[in-house]
Design a protein around this ligand. Structure first.
Ligand code: PGA
Length: 249
């Protein structure tokens, strides 16, 4: 039986009290859920949400992390601070970080290695823009983002890495890749992983799909052979839209 990994990325939404209320609702409603679960509130709500999810089946995630352990980095949040709050998973390389805030593969790789070195799990996001897809560069872009994002990551650390394939044109737009299209890209990413880490490691790899996932399309997507979970944005902001995704089977 496969394990699915369903993660909620709350992005820049919710005050502390709103975050706590949502986390409490999820803890109550997902207590029996068989999937691996994570929620990533804003930095400001991590401490409070950490108290709510402690000892439950929901892992605490962060949406980003600074590239250095500590020091003169105004505005950044370090891996040590995240660990101190009980964060277990960090989302890195989200397309909003890449495209709105100019994060490069090199910077993302630095964060990936730092997070792994400190024992965190990483969700490395990759995905093409519409322009890249339409000009036939989808595979090249995904290959570069996977290879450069994981540069220097050992086979041993790979067990703590999830890749999230998130076509940029599908994020927050209501447009979803068809399950067949998404599965084909996931298969390609798995092939890139196999070249680097071998067939067995590639097969064991969790590859999430993200981009307008909702209750109505979650099951069809995750029934595909290469889709092992979902990274959910908009639909993770309410219990009534996130719970049915986590309980898709
Ligand atoms: P969305 O966001 O579900 O709102 O499309 C997904 C994401 O950015 O991870």
């Amino acid at each position: 039986m496969r394990n699915y990994f369903i993660a909620g990325n709350w992005k820049m939404h919710k005050t502390v009290s709103e975050s706590v209320a949502l986390a409490k609702a999820l803890v109550a409603q997902l207590a029996g859920c068989r999937e691996k679960l994570m929620i990533a509130p804003a930095f400001t709500a991590l401490a409070a949400v950490s108290e709510v999810v402690k000892g439950t089946n929901i892992l605490l995630g962060a949406q980003n992390m600074g590239p250095e352990e500590q020091g003169a980095h105004t505005g950044e949040v370090s891996v040590l601070m995240l660990k101190d709050l009980g964060v277990k998973v960090v989302i890195l390389g989200h397309s909003e970080r890449r495209h709105t805030y100019g994060e490069t593969d090199e910077l993302i790789n630095k964060k990936v290695r730092l997070a792994l070195q400190h024992g965190l799990e990483v969700i490395l996001c990759v995905g093409e823009t519409l322009d890249e897809r339409e000009s036939g560069r989808l595979e090249a872009v995904c290959r570069t983002q996977v290879e450069q994002g994981l540069a220097g990551v050992s086979a041993g650390d790979l067990a703590r890495v999830t890749i999230a394939y998130e076509p940029v044109w599908a994020i927050g737009t209501g447009k979803t890749a068809t399950p067949e299209d998404a599965d084909a890209v996931h298969a390609y990413i798995r092939k890139v992983m196999a070249e680097r880490y071998g067939e067995a490691a590639a097969k064991a790899m969790c590859i999430q799909y993200g981009g307008s996932v909702k209750a109505e399309n979650a099951a069809q997507l995750m029934q595909k052979a290469n889709i092992d979970g979902a990274l959910v944005g908009g639909a993770s902001l309410k219990a009534e839209t996130f719970v049915p995704i986590a309980a898709f089977r």
